[in-house]
Design a binder for this molecule. Structure first.
Ligand SMILES: C[S@@+](CC[C@H](N)C(=O)[O-])C[C@H]1O[C@@H](n2cnc3c(N)ncnc32)[C@H](O)[C@@H]1O
Length: 263
């Protein structure tokens, strides 16, 4: 049995965009050929609106198709696999210790960390909502089984209010989760995750840490240092570190950054 980590581009979004593009193209052809509205001017306005809507939808549909290929776990030089393995490299859990992966999706990072830390236990939590419909607990468990990994567990949990006491884990990690949490203050989400980390525990959190999503991350790093956190660093993962600048831009991953350190 092979693992199936699904894809970061939701399949439903890709299919809907392709379907809407086809419908818009059919309507555009009908309006161009039959000009069904009473005046020429109105037909032209509708043609232009349909053309713009078609171009925008077709562009996003095309992007979804190429991004789906890039994020395909089984593709040669898979970008998703490179990113997950690149983050897992930074997650070191002491033997007998525990690690939390927030927003584990289909279990890729949880399992990669568990493989690198065979004497630790790794827990993946996720909200598993509608937007990533192909990710769920059963998929995570099947993937762990397919990888022959037994030191993992998965449970439902919300990143905005994690169901764990303060200082539960020896390490915490996460990948491309918090920017998805609409309306939430992303720095507060980071603090909520760090709340569950033991004193002396380490963290490696990867996301699109742009000013737009996160605000000023340099002052957040200073805030953590002032709170007593050590070795806190922001590591941009583009610029050929984990991905090229071209890949970062092309796949809308600008601002990809690892926040690492010790509590
Ligand atoms: C792009 S996927 C990344 C999945 C996984 N971390 C990986 O690297 O493969 C984003 C994940 O964040 C999860 N997510 C979004 N909002 C969440 C929340 N408030 N609490 C927990 N998980 C959340 C989604 O369900 C989805 O699985």
């Amino acid at each position: 049995m092979k693992p199936d980590y699904k894809n970061w581009v939701p399949g439903g979004m890709r299919k809907s965009l392709i379907a809407v593009s086809i419908v818009l193209l059919i309507l555009l052809v009908i309006f161009l050929i039959a000009a069904p509205l009473p005046s020429l001017a109105t037909n032209i306005v509708v043609d232009v609106i349909l053309l713009i809507a078609f171009v925008v939808c077709a562009w996003f549909a095309h992007w979804c198709v190429i991004a789906t290929r890039a994020f395909d776990w089984n593709a040669a030089d898979s970008l998703a696999r490179r990113i997950i393995e690149g983050i897992a490299f930074y997650v070191n859990v002491p033997d007998g210790g525990t690690c939390l992966d927030v927003g584990c999706g289909s279990g890729a990072l949880t399992i990669a960390v568990a493989k690198r830390n065979p004497h630790a236990r790794v827990m993946g939590v996720d909200r598993w909502g509608k937007e990533y419909a192909s990710f769920n607990k059963e998929v995570c468990e099947k993937n762990a089984q397919a990888e022959g990994v037994t030191n993992v567990t998965f449970q439902q949990g919300d990143a905005t209010k994690l169901p764990f006491a303060d200082e539960t884990f020896d390490a915490v990690t996460s990948n491309y989760v918090y920017h998805n949490v609409a309306g939430a203050n992303k720095q507060e989400l980071l603090l909520e995750t760090l709340r569950t980390l033991k004193k002396g525990g380490t963290f490696a959190i990867h996301d699109l840490m742009t000013q737009h999503h996160y605000g000023d991350m340099k002052s957040f790093v200073k805030k953590l240092r002032d709170m007593g956190y050590q070795e806190v660093r922001l590591i941009p993962t583009g610029s050929d570190f984990i991905m090229s600048d071209r890949e970062e831009k092309k796949y809308m991953l600008s601002g990809s950054t690892l926040l690492v350190g010790k509590k």
